[in-house]
Write a protein that binds this ligand. Sequence first.
Ligand code: KIV
Ligand code: ZN
Length: 521
Amino acid sequence: MIAQVKIFDTTLRDGEQAPGCTMTLREKLRIAKALADLRVDVIEAGFPAASPGDFEAVKAIADENRGPIICGLARCNPEDIEKVHLAVKGADRHRIHVFVATSAIHREYKLKMAKEEIIRSAVGAIRLARELCADVEFSPEDASRTELPYLAEVVTAAIDAGATTINIPDTVGYSVPAEFDKLFRYLREHVQGIENVTLSVHCHNDLGMAVANSLAAVSAGARQIECTINGIGERAGNCSLEEVVMALRTRAEFFGLETGVETTRLYPASRLVSSITGMQVPRNKAIVGENAFAHEAGIHQHGMLQHHSTYEIMRPADVGISRSNLVLGKHSGRHAFRDRVRDLGFVLDEFETNRAFQEFKKLADKKKEMYDGDIEAIILNVDSTSAGPWTLQSLDVRSGTDRIASATVTLQHEDGSSQNKTANGDGPVEAVFNAIEQATGVPLILKDFAIHSATAGDDAQGEATITVEYNGQSYRGHGTSTDIVEAGSRAYLEVSNRILRRRQRGLDGLLDHPDINRASI
Ligand code: KIV
Ligand code: ZN
C-alpha cells in the first residue's frame, strides 16, 4: 500500500502572521471551509493566547467541526495550553501544538534559558497538554539551527512525555535539502521511540527552498508536511501547499507517497486566500499562477497541439483550473451560471448563489462578455458587496492633468436617508475617499491601495483591496467594478460599513483584528 503524507495547513496561523494578512472571523471561517473541502488532514486555526479575536476564531472553526483535525498553537505555559484546549475541544478531533525554541541563538538571546530548563519546560507542557488531549504535537522552534545531539535529546524527552507528533521547523528558512535530509535521518537513528510518533516538517522560505526542504524531509521519513495556501507566512512565507502536494502527486513514482488532498480544489482555495488577504499570486507562480499553464512560444504551442504531454506535466483541470471557451452574457440564465460556478470548483449555498447571480446580472448589463475571471471575482467578493448601512448610489469624478481632482458621491442609508458630498483630493481616488469619509463620518487613514485585473480586455473588472487604519486598528476592504475608481470606493465603503456595524453592536474600540497586541512568538 502506498504510504500517506498528512497535510497540516497553517494558513490561518503562520500564514496569518504575515504582515498585512490578518483576517476577520468571517474570512477565517470561509478559509477553514475551503480547507475542509480540500480535505487537508489538520487545520492549525490560530494561536488562541495571542488575542481574544484569535481565541474566538479558533473556537468558531472548531465548533463548525467540518472534518479535519483542528489544532491551536501554545507556548510552553499552562495559560496558553488551557486556552488552546478550550478553543479546540468543540471539534471531534482536535490537537494541542506546543513549541519552544531550542537553538543556541534563541536560548541565549530570546529565552535566556539553559538547555535543561528548556527540556523541563517542554516536558511539563507536553504532560499538561496530554492530560487535556490525546493528540499533542511538539515543535522545537529553530530546530534546523539546533545542535543535533541536543535536538535528539529534546525530541526524546518530548516523546517520553507523550507527544504524538514531532514537528521539525526550519524556522528561519536556513536549511538546504541535503542537510535537512541528514537531520531527519539523524533523528530517526538517534531518538528512541521516534517510529511510534508522526514525524512532521515545517519550512520557511527565506532562501526559496521551503518546498524542496519539505520534500527532502518526507524522503527521509517525515509523514506530515506543514504548509500554507499560496505559501503565505512570516517574511518570505511558508512551504506552499499547492506546490508540495502537486510535487508529491506528479512525481508519485519517485516519492512513492500520496496525500488525501482533493487537488481540484487547489485553484479555488488559492484565489480565495489571495482575494481575502490582498496578497496577489505572481503570474509565474507554480501550480496556481496565471501563466502556470499558458504556452506562448510557437514551438511549444505546436507541441501542445500534437500532445499536451509534450510541454505539460500536469493538466490544469487536476488543480481546478477549468478555463472554458464558454462565455456567459446578460442572457445567460441561472442554470448556466450555477453550472459555471460548480465547474470553477466553488461550492455556494442557495443564499450565496442568489446573491452572486444578482451581482452577475448587474455586471452583465455593463460588460458584453463574462469570463471565468469575472465570475470568480463575483464569488470571491460576494461577501463584501453585502451589508450596509450605506450603499453607493452614484459617483461622479472629475480629474485631469491641470485641475484638482474632485468627486461627488451619493450614499443611501438603510434608514432611508441619503448623503451627497463633494470633496477634492490629490487624484480621483483620494477625492472619492474624502467624499465618502464626509458622508459616513468614519475617518480612515489609508495605508495601502492595490488594484488587480480579474480578466484581460479593456472592459475587465478591477478588484481593489485597501488597507486602512481606524482607531489604531488596521482593516482591509475589497471592492470590484469595471471602473477602478468605483472598485476603490466600494472597498472604502465596505470598511466604513464594517466599522459602523461594529459601533452599532457596541464593539467600537475593541480589537477586531488579532495583529494588534498579538503576543509575540
Ligand atoms: O516556524 C516555526 O518555528 C513555527 C513554530 C511555532 C512551529 O511556526
Ligand atoms: Zn513557522
